[in-house]
Design a protein around this ligand. Structure first.
Ligand code: UDP
Length: 254
């Protein structure tokens, strides 16, 4: 969103949405670069639901277009990239990124702010990560909500805490619309929407076993634990059909 002195990262487009070709390590390095640079930046963890939502939600599409770093959170994006013959290296999830950032922050001295989720959850997630990575600095925790009447109070609260990284866990698209709307006022070098990450790190929701994650089935595991997610999952077959058609056209044009 800002003039960046950092070198541009390679990216691909999936159904008109730009995804940076980065693994977890490169994501972390880029976030370190954002902090060094000091200007506000927005990191989005994209999944197929985002791509489908952007079809009908022009404001959300614009947020994705303007974000400084768009990583592939969902396995569907990895599959689509392979179909195109331009494979993304690996999933970079909000949940894993929070851990990797927490780990690095303990050495780098980055200040982390945990905003979102149900009351007490952000605090619990931050506390558990701090126990795991002694030295990690919690600049603040707050459940809050993206409702407009709360925004001034929350922005002020975050500004006063002077974090280097702000995690926002209100679910997409609201968390990312909120970050984009307040990015300049927040003045935080790296703001990242992380969905249900705090629920996992607080130990409230169980994460899929590694084998299930590696098999690309984490979405199915989550659906089993939280069947109320079924409606959201309707986006997945739609995405798959459109992405396959796009990949076929790309390959044919080569
Ligand atoms: N949430 C919230 N306020 C809201 C709606 C959602 O704090 O108004 C939180 C919810 O408690 C959960 C997170 O947002 O911690 C969204 O989780 P979800 O599993 O929907 O996100 P995903 O990982 O699928 O993007």
């Amino acid at each position: 969103m800002h003039d960046c002195v950092l070198p541009p990262l390679p990216s691909i487009e999936i159904l008109g949405i730009r995804i940076h070709v980065v693994d977890q390590a490169a994501t972390l390095d880029r976030i370190a670069g954002f902090i060094e640079e000091g200007q506000p930046h927005h990191v989005v963890t994209v999944n197929p639901e985002f791509v489908e939502a952007a079809r009908t939600d022009a404001a959300f599409r614009q947020v994705l277009e303007r974000a400084d770093l768009c990583v592939a959170d969902g396995v569907g994006l990895l599959m689509a990239s392979r179909w195109q013959g331009r494979p993304l290296p690996e999933r970079v999830t909000g949940t894993d990124s929070v851990v990797r950032i927490a780990e690095r922050s303990a050495h780098a001295g980055w200040r982390l702010f945990f905003l979102g989720a149900a009351p007490g959850v952000a605090e619990r997630a931050a506390g558990r990560l701090q126990a795991r990575f002694p030295g990690m600095v919690v600049a603040g925790t707050h459940p809050g909500s993206p409702d407009p009447e709360e925004e001034d109070e929350i922005v002020q609260r975050v500004r006063n805490a002077r974090p280097d990284i702000l995690f926002v866990a209100w679910g997409a698209p609201r968390q990312d619309l909120w970050i984009a709307r307040h990015l300049d006022r927040l003045g935080v070098p790296a703001c990242m929407g992380v969905g249900g990450a705090f629920d996992f790190h607080a130990g409230i929701v169980r994460r899929a076993p590694l084998l299930v994650q590696r098999a690309g089935m984490e979405w199915l595991f989550r659906l089993g634990l939280q069947p109320q997610r079924w409606r959201r999952m309707l986006a997945l077959p739609r995405f798959a059909v459109r992405a396959a058609a796009e990949a076929w056209q790309i390959r044919r044009a080569r």
